[in-house]
Design a binder for this molecule. Structure first.
Ligand SMILES: NC(=O)c1ccc[n+]([C@@H]2O[C@H](COP(=O)([O-])OP(=O)(O)OC[C@H]3O[C@@H](n4cnc5c(N)ncnc54)[C@H](OP(=O)(O)O)[C@@H]3O)[C@@H](O)[C@H]2O)c1
Ligand SMILES: *[C@@H]1O[C@H](CO)[C@@H](O)[C@H](O)[C@H]1NC(C)=O
Ligand SMILES: *[C@@H]1O[C@H](CO)[C@@H](O)[C@H](O)[C@H]1NC(C)=O
Length: 301
């Protein structure tokens, strides 16, 4: 296809999808009253915001992450915001037994489960791939295998409640960028696994749905730290990224919950991440050039 044909097709599809996005399925937070939800990675960032939205809707929540003292504060805030119930369980998703333990705990505490929101990630460097296999294995357990373990453990309970699994993924699970090889690998793995699971559940007439959420840059402390690091290593980015917008964690959290409640198989936030992913496939040379030009100066260290 010629460039202009591709471009005009893209513009047409954009307009149609944008209209669809703006209309979206109806969502009322009323349906979350009393809903039994397990949220992972809820001591910070987007997961914490998910917990607060659920709390305001009167849900029953179990939150998890490693830091129990921080989770305790999140739980207190949830109860203050109107959660019917809020409890926490500290767990390290790098420990092979912890993911299933957390699901069992949530099912016991809540008497079942309506939503499993998989959101946690372990820290990973923003740097050239240096051959650190051990870190990559560890990150695969934390960011990927633990999601598979928790989802599989929760499916029987979710069948009973006609519940949903919500997976928080990233644009970097759909397109490649330099300096994020281990992280990007874990997100590609999630998209592969949960995309397959969507087919299989549908073929089995399962009551359970899976929603995959593809996010762009969100203004959490950990992501903003990465951007600062990138700018310090690659000063050229200061000029090129000055108007790169990070979208609010609270809004991302709301879109993630909405995806699950309305049982959408896939959502994109902010909306244009969908186009960034597809433009890469349509115009590979141009997008590779643009991607590498962000990091065009020699690294400082
Ligand atoms: N922020 C962005 O720009 C962005 C962009 C695209 C996609 N996303 C996705 O959005 C989700 C949330 O990102 P975020 O920026 O909110 O992350 P974040 O602020 O770094 O929070 C990560 C959470 O995971 C927990 N965690 C870390 N290691 C853990 C471990 N070994 N076991 C259990 N929990 C662990 C952390 O708590 P503890 O330290 O207490 O364990 C924390 O609650 C992730 O799936 C991420 O890939 C984010
Ligand atoms: C779905 O839920 C119904 C009850 O509403 C149940 O009879 C059925 O067995 C469930 N499906 C599966 C695959 O478990
Ligand atoms: C893309 O780049 C490659 C290598 O640089 C080149 O061989 C190829 O012709 C280019 N394709 C287009 C469509 O420009």
């Amino acid at each position: 296809m010629g460039f202009y044909l591709k471009l005009s097709a893209l513009v047409g599809v954009t307009a149609a999808l944008f209209a669809l996005y703006m209309s979206g399925p109806a969502f009322s937070s009323e349906s979350l009253k009393g809903a039994r939800v397990l949220v992972t990675g809820a001591s910070a960032g987007i997961g914490e915001q998910i917990a607060y939205h659920l709390a305001r809707s009167g849900a029953q929540i179990v939150v998890t992450a490693r830091r129990g003292n921080v989770l305790q504060e999140v739980v207190e805030k949830c109860l203050g915001l109107g959660a019917q119930k809020a409890v926490y369980i500290p767990a390290d998703m790098a420990e092979p037994a912890d993911p299933e333990k957390v699901v069992s705990f949530a099912v016991e505490q809540l008497g079942g489960l309506d939503y499993l929101i998989l959101n946690h990630i372990g820290p990973s460097p923003f740097a050239f791939w240096d051959g650190d296999i051990e870190h990559t294995k560890w990150l695969m357990q934390v960011n990927f295998l633990s999601y598979v373990q928790m989802a599989w453990k929760a499916i029987p309970t979710l069948e009973d409640s006609k519940g949903s699994i919500i997976v928080v993924s990233s644009m970097l699970g759909r397109m490649c960028s330099p300096f994020v090889a281990p992280y990007s690998s874990t997100k590609f793995a999630l998209n592969g696994f949960f995309g397959t699971l969507q087919h299989e559940l549908a073929m089995k007439n399962s009551n359970v749905t899976v929603s995959i959420c593809t996010l762009g840059l969100i203004d959490t402390d950990s992501a903003m730290e990465k951007v600062r690091l990138a700018v310090s290593k690659f000063p050229e980015m200061i000029r090129k990224y000055t108007n790169m917008t990070a979208y609010p964690a609270s809004d991302a959290a709301l879109q993630i919950i909405k995806a699950g409640v309305t049982r959408q198989s896939e959502i994109f936030y902010p909306w244009f991440t969908y186009y960034l992913i597809n433009i890469k496939d349509w115009f590979p040379n141009m997008s590779n050039k643009v991607m590498r030009s962000f990091y065009s100066t020699e690294p400082q260290s």
